[in-house]
Design a binder for this molecule. Sequence first.
Ligand code: C2E
Ligand code: MG
Ligand code: MG
Ligand code: MG
Length: 282
Amino acid sequence: YSAKRDKTRFMVYTQEDDLERQEQLRLAQELPQAIESDELRLHYQPMVRMKDREVIGVEALVRWQHPDKGMLFPDSFIPLAENSGSIEALTRWVLKAAIEQGSRWLSKGTRLYVSVNISALILHNPVFPDTVAKLLSKTGFPADLLKLEITESAIISDVVRASEVVISLHDMGVRVSIDDFGTGYTSLAYLRKLPVDEIKIDKSFVLNMNTVADDAVIVRTLLDLARNLDLSVVAEGIEDINLWNSLKELGCDIGQGYYMSRPIDVEAFSEWLSDQPWQQDF
Ligand code: C2E
Ligand code: MG
Ligand code: MG
Ligand code: MG
């Protein structure tokens, strides 16, 4: 390729990038107000104990019900929140909403843990455990029904600070799970040093484990690793009964995926919970 052609391509991309950047900038600017005026929503996806198909928890996944753009998914605004300083407010909103919903279920006799995703920046904030403690004490929600999903990169990028926060959370009784496990570079030593309870095998390995031999090997290896370190394992991305069966056979503890249910709002979740349409396959 010629330099001239590269230059042209560069210019074309810059114009598109500019529009894209303006759009992102606007969303980022709107976000603080959106959080205040309750435009965020939580959708819940069931987490199922595989040995007896008991629904034991939910992952709370945030959406933004944007007045003009409709429902936005987290990949389109979480990075903006992280870069524009809104992630703290967003996380607080999500945690509060998830804990309150968990408390409502509990008061109706439905004991489910709620699992919340935590960005790296939050994990490096030494006052975060305090924020969590306050939310728990205000609602009376049991700490051991709260699970926080952190990523490997959040640990690696600042091991000292992340460890302190994880240790405080663990001491409070909050569960800690490593999300997207296998996609990062967690030294196995950290897994042993940190009081982590669980790993979540990333869906990119699970989705094709029945067709791609390498993926099956990775899933099996991660399950072995977790067992040897006495960690519980969640597999995300279970899209069909074959994946369910394979993972169950391999002794995976908890399953999550479209086969059981997509993430849905609280009303749809209640209905799903009482009907459990997926159980009809068994
Ligand atoms: P994640 O924590 O790894 O969540 C799993 C994602 O996989 C969710 O996407 C979920 O809808 C999707 N998923 C679940 N089962 C299946 C399946 O069987 N097949 C396929 N193809 N996908 C499945 P979602 O809701 O779009 O969330 C994307 C990511 O956004 C999450 O990935 C998480 O990293 C982040 N996120 C979501 N909510 C929050 C939040 O409140 N705070 C922060 N910091 N991040 C969040
Ligand atoms: Mg997650
Ligand atoms: Mg995940
Ligand atoms: Mg993931």
